[in-house]
Ligand binder design. Structure first.
Ligand code: J2J
Length: 528
């Protein structure tokens, strides 16, 4: 596949020889249970449930349906579905047909989706008709007009002039032979430059990612796994996530959102044993724990990751839920770090865990006196290059193939990682990643903004929010106006600035760039 950077042959050979890569393909994940225990429940969403046999059969039929539409092995489709069972059916179908899903988030809008379609060369785009009060058919019309190569819009629900996803079904047929070393899907990176990057994940590497995380988390056929984060996010999809549970014969419960009022009763009804949360959601759950009388005693494992979990919050959660807490420091690019189920409490509340694989190579580069430095990594499930991004790859990877994570970490004596900050120009808003440069680019288009610099402002709930510093010519736009402006440019709402600061001049670094650290400090000094 053009634009895909594979592992060097000797390393690939080693990963196979040492049993990390086993030639498994992702579409086969639920097959074992489908054949042995087909009537077990695989999937439950707000509207229906699927047994393993049904899930397996529907995925085969949809794989045949995709092929009948002319969507072939190697073709890309951008998938933008919320937490519904059809997302799982579709991804399994695509994997089986060799069609490569590009996993977008429901919040993305025209600017992000058109770009993803363009960059991936997608021939298809899959949406709900409406979700969260938003009309995706309207969005699809704009996207198709902008990127004519997108020939198929597949719609869950009323399809308008497009194709109903429910009609993409045909008699199962022999599936194409797939190369397990080939790209299975493209995940989105948080992005540090103006435009997000695509992360190629192969069958071999992701199957290992899923298997090893499921083993570490002791997932088995009794696991009832609740999805409250977007299912298309790497954490919820494969760490061990939906795929890890489906390979083990457990049950996946998809929830529309994570709010306690909706989800606590679901935990009780579905006897949920495991869930992945971001720190702000954990805070919400902890606060609400005693305000609802739902029985949450089925919970065994709370995974928390995506942004830094503060120690007091971790301790509080341990007391409140009385089940195992696990910190997860992961990235869609690959490397996953977990605290282990039997780690001492101090390790669980003060560190972000250790690398999943014995074959993960991690370096802490350019350490300061306290041992803090940039985390570099390579291994059997960490990318060797972003998709179609040759230029960016030259500095995102070292000559030896290590991925520069942009995260500042230190290693504890027992080998756990502690995230201390980051050097990448990104804001982590409660686990959602925003590339500062992307928003700066949009703000600079505003008629009365001359230049903008976007930095993270400390926030007690989200960890960080988005603060836009702007230098203006003419009347200063209000926050509301700036938020409207950014969203009118087709940008996801979660990327709109949360606050604005108007400045007359910039603090500059020694090389004459805007000194963002100084801007962030000026916020901190004012207690913001
Ligand atoms: C601090 N920062 C963290 C943590 C991620 C599991 C969990 C998370 C992600 C994810 C994921 C952090 N403490 N515990 O894919 O499978 C920040 C780091 C990292 C970036 C990756 C998974 N956990 N981070 O968050 O691709 O800065 O993946 O490099 O969205 O999130 O973001 P993303």
């Amino acid at each position: 596949m053009e634009g895909f950077v594979s592992w060097p042959a000797e390393l690939a050979e080693r990963y196979r020889h040492e049993g990390y890569w086993r030639g498994e393909v992702l579409g086969d994940i639920p097959r074992r249970t489908a054949r042995g225990h087909g009537d077990r429940i695989a999937l439950v969403d707000e509207r229906r449930s699927w047994t393993y046999a049904e899930l397996d059969d529907e995925a085969d039929r949809m794989a045949a349906g995709l092929r009948q539409l002319g969507i072939q092995a190697g073709d890309r489709i951008v998938v933008q579905l919320p937490n519904v069972g059809e997302f799982v059916v579709l991804c399994l179908a695509a994997y089986r047909a060799g069609v490569i899903p590009v996993l977008a988030l429901p919040g993305h809008r025209r600017s992000e989706i058109a770009y993803l379609c363009e960059l991936s060369g997608a021939v298809g785009y899959v949406i709900p008709s409406r979700h969260g009060g938003f009309d995706f058919l309207g969005l699809a019309r704009e996207v198709v007009a902008e990127v004519p190569r997108v020939r198929h819009v597949l719609v869950l629900g009323d399809s308008g002039e497009f194709t109903a996803l429910a009609s993409v079904t045909a008699e199962p047929e022999p599936l194409p032979a797939l190369d397990p070393a080939g790209v299975a899907m493209l995940l989105l990176s948080g992005g540090t430059t103006g435009l997000p990057k695509l992360i190629p994940r192969t069958h071999d590497d992701y199957a290992y990612n899923v298997r090893a995380s499921a083993e570490l988390c002791a997932v088995d056929e009794n696991t009832s796994y609740l999805v409250v984060l977007p299912v298309s996010h790497n954490f919820a999809w494969g760490c061990p996530g939906v795929l890890g549970v489906l390979r083990s014969g457990g049950k996946v419960v998809l929830a529309g959102n994570g709010s306690p009022a909706e989800v606590f009763p679901l935990v009780q009804r579905e006897q949920v044993s495991m869930v992945a949360l971001v720190p702000p959601l954990l805070a919400l759950w902890s606060d609400a724990r005693y305000r609802f009388d739902a029985d949450l005693s089925s919970l065994r494992l709370l995974q928390v990751g995506g942004s830094k979990l503060a120690e007091p919050q971790a301790r509080e959660a341990l007391g409140t839920f009385g089940c195992t807490l696990q910190q997860v420091f992961g990235m869609a690019e690959g490397l996953l770090n977990f605290t282990h189920l039997d780690d001492p409490e101090d390790v669980v509340v003060t560190t972000q865990g250790r690398p999943l694989s014995p074959a993960d190579e991690v370096l802490v580069a350019d350490q300061d006196r306290s041992g803090r430095g940039e985390l570099l990594t390579r291994g059997p499930y960490t990318l060797r290059g972003y998709y179609r991004a040759a230029e960016h790859n030259r500095f995102a990877f070292t000559p030896e193939g290590y991925y520069r994570t942009g995260d500042l970490v230190r290693l504890t004596a027992e080998g756990n990682l502690v995230v201390e900050g980051r050097i990448k120009d990104q804001i982590n808003r409660g686990g959602e990643k925003i590339a500062a440069a992307e928003i700066e680019g949009h703000l600079a288009e505003h008629p009365s903004i001359q230049e903008a610099a976007v930095v993270g402002a400390a926030d007690p709930v989200l960890g960080e929010t988005i603060c836009a510093f702007v230098r203006v010519s003419g009347p200063a736009p209000s926050l509301a106006e700036i938020r409207r402006f950014v969203q009118a440019r087709g940008v996801a709402a979660y990327k709109a600035p949360d606050s604005v600061e108007v400045v007359d001049s910039w603090p500059l670094t020694s090389v004459g760039k805007i000194d963002k650290k100084a801007l962030a400090r000026s916020l901190a000094e004012r207690g913001r």
